[in-house]
Ligand binder design. Structure first.
Ligand code: HEM
Length: 140
């Protein structure tokens, strides 16, 4: 039987999410290879960074100090079209682990952050920006 859904946000709950999400990412045919290329060795530091990141976002703990735009601009093979797939995997993981209200809170944040990452990484003023790519992007 599946374990009960988590109904309380905590560092422990975030650690469970991060472990499960990146297990699924690594097994994913489209995203797995991109991540494995960028993180060929020990995944411990990435998982720790991601626990800090989600702790800062969801619990305003201030534990994350990094620069996601700079980090993603170094990821070889990252494409704008991969973001919807990333978000779908993240949403399914949250739904499998958390009560619906918590799952929605995570997904709302993820969509917003993905939108701003997409803009920072891929927007060029001299190129058209198709409306379907604007999902999650809040106008200034
Ligand atoms: C196509 C989608 C994405 C891909 C392929 C991707 C890939 C990666 C990879 C490979 C790293 C590790 C970089 C390294 O250590 O050298 C990374 C780091 C990270 N990712 Fe993503 N990512 C994606 C979307 C997202 C989204 C939507 C979020 C947030 C909601 C996110 C948050 C982060 C954060 C916070 C880090 C750590 C950055 C740091 O080192 O401080 N990523 N990502």
């Amino acid at each position: 039987m599946a374990p009960p859904l988590i109904d309380h946000l905590s560092e422990d709950a975030i650690a469970r999410l991060v472990d499960e999400f990146y297990t699924r990412i690594r097994a994913d045919a489209a995203l797995g290879p991109v991540f494995e290329r960028a993180i060929p060795g020990d995944w411990g530091p990435h998982l720790a960074t991601m626990r800090n990141f989600w702790s800062s976002v969801m619990l305003t703990s201030g534990r994350y100090m990094g620069n996601p735009v700079a980090a993603h601009s170094r990821v070889a093979g990252i494409e704008i079209g991969m973001f919807d797939h990333w978000l779908a995997l993240f949403e399914a993981t949250c739904r499998d682990l958390f009560e619906p209200g918590i799952a929605v809170e995570f997904q709302t944040k993820a969509v917003r952050i993905a939108g701003s990452l997409k803009l920072s990484l891929f927007y060029r003023p001299d190129r058209p920006w198709p409306p379907d790519r604007l999902k999650g992007v809040t106008p200034a």
